[in-house]
Design a protein around this ligand. Structure first.
Ligand code: ADP
Ligand code: ZN
Ligand code: ZN
Length: 736
């Protein structure tokens, strides 16, 4: 009998939706071949490209003499264990995204190249003879060095650099200084485990926190999903940390996702203060080397805690014990281009597959999550009291129709601000719009300053003295006069810069901070602002979305929502949900200390049911009626959606592509799915390209997904497809 040759099925980072078959090299030892190892292969015109072996078999669709051989194997052991590799394959199938791209998304960029894991063996530090004999008190002048020296003396063994950095933030300089004093030395031996020290919480959990913790503690061995529902400041993070303590003591790992805006150094420090264990951080601001090191620590089990933003969901864990996602409703968990995954849905999928609990935390849970609670799929745990005995804020709708205004601020709001400042309290004004003015137009001839590529108005940024398109980021010089008739242009619509200007005139003695993307570009700018606010130096802060989430401002007693009407009349079916969430988040900044807070909402639509109901019935009841509406109109979560998004320079090309695509799909599915389109995206034109969508909908998830792959194969070949850029968005989160 002739032995069958082994065929390696290899994933490569290309847009092609398939695996590629290779033969082992002549020198390959068969025992080294396993799914999950990386190999170097010739591909197309390229001689050596990195691939990941997904499976090994002995059949190929191609005749054997046509198959190429791999060049060599990179890894001695799989870079992903089977559990993780299966998860990536699952994600590729579910999101109908090319398997190679999905697998390579899950790798830090250093490992997408031909580097072995051993190249990342971490530096370890240990004491020299002199270091053992030196009293740390003798280097008091450099407190961090003294602490590190003391720590190494306590530990007695070599300690990995990541462990030291975990405990002593930004400690590289101190390490080098100790080395130059000949007190410590570095090496690269492999340390297998790090010491675990868990500090006690500073306070006793309150009743709600204790009940919630116990409920989850009892189910740590199950794959239950929990909604931890509590106002901002109700102590959710304390509950997470209590559970993490148990999980880590049981030798397992925790993965925590935070929204992009929530992953601040302070937040990380809070975990570091409590857990003196190896912590892996994953976010896009890290250097390649750092990111790879952390990733490998998570993979090997050395890191007990992994904290990160959206992409951290792809970090492999050796021994998972708990998955947590904070502010689960946050939009930053959905990738909005390329591989459009939802980190939240992946987290729940991961937890279920690993048979460990998942916790979704939020003060304003998404409708999807509330729906799953109603269906008894998730357990609802409520933290009703604010931890520090703070009272919930009082709401007031301010009808500003026909009222005296100072730019964007009504006289009534100004009076309130005066009062709160007189009582030595802080005020927060919220407006989700940067810049000075949103429209520039000519009163004489109607000329408008518009971005030609997006057909939307430019925003005037006074500090820069420039016009900026907020959709494609193009920047143009500011023009004072109409280019057609030379009349001075009018400035309409207010942004944060304008509020700042108005306040500076009305309250010349107050310290005012404007916090938006323009003022926080510089590194540490945000941190400095927050410190100023916390120290009480700031009297009034003006903020966009950036300031709406997650911060602690105990002395803010008045929050003003300057323009509540934006988003009321959007065609996106999630607009009401998002507006309610933002509304609640902003008000959550108020009265977090012992002082009671007031939220004032300026609106031209005081009778609008959304405001009335939200204020009267609260968020959860409001969401129940939204859910009923969704049910009646068969919208998610009562049905499942996929978008085909397409864009092209010519509007007819894109419409025609969508029409053809829809026709194809109708044929394949025998009209089993609901199709709507071509529908223009909320931003119909961006950077000169017209953007349209085909909405594909079904109440049966399986029916929806079954035919998509065969349809996608056809899309590349339909007429006109070369002129459009298209992508699939499974479970889309917005219509922009
Ligand atoms: P959340 O994560 O829900 O926003 P946190 O856990 O950050 O809430 O708690 C808000 C504040 O209250 C924090 O400063 C925290 O230290 C404090 N806190 C939390 N739980 C308690 C408690 N049981 N007793 C006293 N203070 C608490
Ligand atoms: Zn004009
Ligand atoms: Zn533009």
């Amino acid at each position: 009998m002739i032995a069958q040759p082994l065929i390696l099925r290899v994933a490569i980072a290309t847009p092609l939706r398939r695996l590629f078959d290779y033969l082992p090299a002549d020198t390959t030892e068969v025992k080294n071949l396993q799914p999950g190892i990386r190999v170097v292969v010739p591909f197309g015109r390229r001689k050596d490209i990195v691939g990941v072996v997904v499976s090994i078999g002995n059949k190929s669709e191609h005749p054997q003499h046509k198959l190429k051989k791999i060049n060599n194997i990179i890894d001695d052991e799989p870079i992903f264990n089977n559990r993780h590799l299966d998860l990536l394959i699952w994600a590729s199938n579910y999101y109908h995204y090319p398997i190679g791209e999905v697998i390579f998304t899950g790798l830090p960029s250093s490992l997408r190249k031909n580097n072995t894991i051993n190249e990342f063996n971490e530096q370890v530090w240990y004491l020299t003879e002199k270091g053992i004999a030196t009293d740390p008190n003798l280097i008091k002048k450099a407190p961090k060095q003294a602490q590190i020296l003391n720590y190494l003396q306590q530990r007695k063994t070599p300690v990995s650099e990541s462990e030291i950095k975990t405990i002593y933030d930004r400690s590289k300089q101190s390490l080098l200084a100790l080395k130059s004093k000949d007190l410590i030395q570095s090496g690269t031996e492999n340390i297998t485990d790090s010491v675990i020290k868990i500090n006690k919480s500073l306070f006793k959990l309150n009743k709600d926190q204790e009940y919630a913790s116990n409920q989850i503690l009892n189910r740590l061995e199950s794959d239950s999903v929990f909604l931890l529902d509590g106002l901002t400041g109700s102590g959710k993070t304390e509950v997470y940390m209590t559970l993490m303590e148990s999980v880590i003591k049981a030798g397992k790992q925790c993965l925590i996702l935070l929204p992009e805006i929530g992953l601040t150094p302070q937040q990380i420090q809070r975990f570091r203060d409590r857990f003196e264990v190896n912590i892996a951080i994953q976010h896009s601001g890290l250097s390649d080397a750092e990111r790879t090191q952390y990733w490998l620590n998570a993979r090997s089990g050395k890191a007990k805690i992994v904290i990160g933003t959206r992409s951290a969901i792809w970090t492999p864990l050796a021994n998972p014990g708990l998955y947590i996602i904070d502010e689960e409703h946050d939009l930053s968990y959905k990738q909005q281009d390329g591989f459009r995954y939802s980190a939240k849905d992946m987290l729940i999928t991961r937890a279920t597959r690993d048979r460990v609990p998942a916790i979704l935390g939020s003060a304003t849970p998404s409708l999807e999550t509330l729906y799953n609670v109603e269906k008894n799929r998730y357990k609802h745990l409520i933290l009703s009291t604010r931890a520090a005995n703070a009272k919930p804020p009082k709401f007031r709708l301010l009808d500003i129709r026909g009222k005296k205004m100072h730019g964007p601020l009504s006289q009534m709001l100004v009076d309130e601000i005066t009062m709160h400042l007189a009582n030595k309290n802080q005020v927060l004004l919220f407006l989700n719009r940067r810049g000075y003015a949103v429209h520039l137009y000519c009163h004489c001839c109607g000329w408008k300053a518009e971005c030609g590529r997006c057909e939307l108005p430019y925003t005037y940024h006074k500090a820069m003295n420039r016009l900026v398109c907020h959709h494609c980021d193009v920047i143009k010089p500011y023009v004072k006069n109409c280019p057609d008739c030379s009349e001075p242009l009018l400035l309409m619509g207010h942004g944060t810069e304008r509020i700042e200007e108005v306040l500076a005139t009305l309250f010349p003695k107050a310290t005012i901070s404007r916090i938006d993307r323009d003022t926080t570009r510089k590194k540490n700018a945000m941190r400095d602002y927050l410190e100023e606010i916390q120290s009480g130096k700031t009297d009034i802060m003006i903020g966009t979305q950036m300031l709406a989430k997650g911060h602690h401002f105990p002395n803010v007693t008045l929050t003003g929502i300057v323009d509540a009407d934006r988003g009321l009349f959007s065609t996106d079916f999630r607009a009401s949900e998002r507006l309610a969430q933002l509304f609640m988040q902003v008000s959550g900044r108020t009265g977090r200390g012992v002082k009671e807070g007031t939220v004032i909402v300026q609106t031209y639509n005081p009778e609008y049911p959304l405001f009335q109901q939200l204020i009267k019935d609260g968020y959860n009841n409001f969401c129940n009626s939204l859910l009923q509406e969704r049910n009646h109109s068969s919208l998610p979560p009562y049905s499942y959606m996929v978008f085909l998004r397409a864009e092209a320079n010519n509007v007819n090309d894109v419409k025609q592509f969508i029409n053809n695509a829809a026709m194809q799909l109708k044929q394949i599915t025998n009209n089993a799915l609901l199709l709507f389109g071509p529908i223009p995206a909320l931003i119909e034109k961006r950077s000169g390209r017209y953007r349209y969508q085909l909405i594909i909908q079904s109440s049966n998830r399986k029916a929806l997904h079954t035919h998509l792959d065969s349809w996608l194969e056809k899309l590349d070949h339909i007429r006109g497809s070369k002129k459009v850029r298209w992508s699939l968005d499974v479970d889309p989160q917005d219509m922009a």
